[in-house]
Design a protein around this ligand. Structure first.
Ligand SMILES: [Zn+2]
Length: 86
């Protein structure tokens, strides 16, 4: 699986070059591809006077809190795929 925009860009450019499509479609396609790439979650470590602490994850796109890594391959709010960075 491709993981970087650069790699995807190369594929798209090659594919579209072969098909002879106009270049002005490329930004749209890249934008779509970019949205489909897994994104790292925003990590928030909370330490509150030793009473309450924990690590919280937030969607990098919409900021909603994500609770369980096994259940959340995608954001249920905005559909962004998550990269949990194993
Ligand atoms: Zn989201």
């Amino acid at each position: 699986m491709k993981h970087t925009i650069e790699e995807l860009k190369e594929d798209v450019e090659v594919t579209y070059g072969c098909l002879g499509n106009e270049d002005d479609h490329l930004p749209d396609i890249l934008e779509i591809l970019e949205k489909q790439l897994p994104k790292k979650l925003n990590v928030e470590v909370v330490k509150d006077k030793g009473i309450f602490s924990g690590t919280f994850y937030h969607c990098p796109n919409c900021g909603i809190q994500v609770f369980n890594r096994d259940w959340n391959k995608y954001c249920h709010e905005c559909g962004t795929p998550f990269d949990w960075g194993d």
